[in-house]
Design a protein around this ligand. Structure first.
Ligand code: SF4
Length: 240
């Protein structure tokens, strides 16, 4: 088993290396792509959530066997490293192994509250990130779009906490569900080191992607924010 792998295709835009710690994710985001990637039934993916077999030990062995060091490793691509309502101790153990071997961590989660536990393991070489899709009234819209995830307010609290601890912070505004709310957050949040912005793919949306992308980019530039526009959104922006 080689749990540390190099992502391909669209996933490459997340990072150079990745580990998927859990078999599924309980957050039930309606736009979740992971069951497709894993060739699993959606319902099974969201219902059966446990650490992949011997995942902690297998990460330890691979790091030692291949001498993996000084790499930025993304947690996670086909699951959330902090599945809400489940024991995420394996995530903490894996972070420890990676840090002890001189690697750096890039977290992406929708569960800010549980993630706070592991900030003592992270430093200025690590990245803590949240997904922020933009929400109508935060509690109302999330109940349908990401029903079992941590609420956006808690994610932003965790993000600001990480920033204040000197951990690098990033926001994955992908997929954008509410363009106005995302633009507002870009305007207001002064505790984000990097923005990654992407459109909603494969589902209908009434957002004018070209217009949104151009407004977001203008704003990010005016605030001198570091940012990355995902390829599918950039393609929309490049259309005549
Ligand atoms: S948090 Fe990520 S992996 Fe989990 S259901 Fe949502 S999109 Fe899927």
């Amino acid at each position: 088993m080689k749990p540390i792998y190099i992502p391909k295709g669209k996933a490459k835009e997340y990072g150079d290396y990745a580990i998927n710690i859990y078999t599924g994710c309980p957050h039930r985001c309606y736009y979740c792509f992971a069951p497709n990637v894993l060739h699993r039934k959606k319902e099974d993916f969201h219902t059966y959530v446990e650490p992949r077999k011997n995942i902690v030990e297998e990460v330890r062995k691979q790091v030692e066997r291949e001498g993996i060091t000084n790499k930025l490793i993304h947690l996670c691509f086909t699951c959330d490293p902090y599945p809400k309502g489940y024991d995420s101790t394996p995530t903490r153990e894996i972070i420890k192994i990676l840090k002890d071997s001189g690697n750096h961590i890039q977290i992406l989660t929708k569960n800010g509250t549980d993630a706070l536990r592991d900030f003592d393991l992270l430093d200025k070489n690590d990245w803590f990130g949240i997904t922020y899709a933009g929400y109508d009234g935060w509690y109302n819209d999330i109940s349908t779009s990401e029903p079992n995830a941590g609420n956006p307010q808690d994610r932003l609290f965790a993000l600001a906490t990480a920033y204040n601890k000197g951990i690098k912070t990033w926001v994955s505004a992908e997929p954008v569900l509410n363009d106005i709310d995302v633009l507002n957050l870009i305007e207001l949040a002064d505790y984000v080191d990097l923005w990654k912005i992407g459109k909603l793919n494969y589902y209908p949306s009434d957002i004018n992607w070209k217009n949104f992308g151009e407004r977001a980019e203008r704003l990010l530039k005016s605030k001198r924010n570091n940012y990355y526009i995902k390829n599918s959104l950039r393609d929309e922006m490049d259309k005549e």
